[in-house]
Design a protein around this ligand. Structure first.
Ligand SMILES: Cc1cc2nc3c(=O)[nH]c(=O)nc-3n(C[C@H](O)[C@H](O)[C@H](O)COP(=O)(O)O)c2cc1C
Length: 189
């Protein structure tokens, strides 16, 4: 039997990413975002949803650029901290020992400790209610070489131990179950 619940945000698990913003040092800031995802393959596009009261919001709105920095188990503490402290009161990069790098295309910086940094340029801002959705095109990816498989050239994100977020709690990835399409593959003896 299922119970009827009132509408709520229960699509979990999701990533908890660190989004970096700012055109120059005076603006640089980072905030944790769980409302994020891919929305188109070609052109590669993603979104973040941000509440207007965040310190990062006017910076994002003015510059229309940001970087999605994927997070790892090692970065879990910083990811939580950057999501409960505001850039209004803290230099979060300094407090959490996050190292900034100069992005390739956008002015917002990237976080060196992140395995994969996705440079984004905003195409549209849609006010939805509590959050505004920033729909963006991916304009460059910065992939940490230490996770690139030398033989295949593939990016081994599992090696970086990505962080996930579900119902208010952080987790690592679970056990490997199967790869894309394995459900219909012919079984070999
Ligand atoms: C796990 C986690 C996920 C979060 N996801 C979002 C989100 O998707 N959108 C948002 O506006 N705030 C989100 N927050 C809250 C902001 O990260 C938080 O308010 C932060 O302090 C804002 O920083 P700022 O004021 O420096 O911009 C999240 C916080 C945590 C801990």
């Amino acid at each position: 039997m299922k119970q009827n619940w009132k509408p709520g945000t229960l699509v979990y698990p999701v990533p908890a990413v660190l989004v970096t913003v700012g055109n120059d040092e005076s603006e640089y800031n980072v905030l944790t975002i769980a409302w994020t995802g891919t929305i188109c393959s070609d052109p590669a596009m993603c979104y973040i949803s941000v509440r207007p009261e965040r310190h990062s919001y006017p910076i994002l709105k003015k510059n229309r650029e940001f970087v999605i920095n994927l997070t790892t188990e090692k970065m879990a503490y910083a990811t939580d901290w950057c999501g409960v402290r505001s850039g209004k009161n803290f230099n979060k990069f300094k407090e959490m020992n996050l190292t900034l790098g100069k992005s390739h295309v956008v002015k917002a910086p990237y976080i060196k400790e992140s395995p994969l940094c996705i440079e984004c340029r905003v195409k549209e801002i849609i006010p939805l209610g509590t959050h505004d959705m920033f729909i963006a095109e991916v304009v460059n990816i910065l992939a940490d070489e230490q996770y690139i498989n030398e033989k295949t050239g593939a990016f081994d994100l599992e090696k970086a131990k990505p962080l996930t977020y579900s119902h208010g709690k952080y987790y690592g990835l679970g056990e490997f179950i199967g790869k894309y399409g394995w459900s219909v593959q012919r079984k070999t003896k």
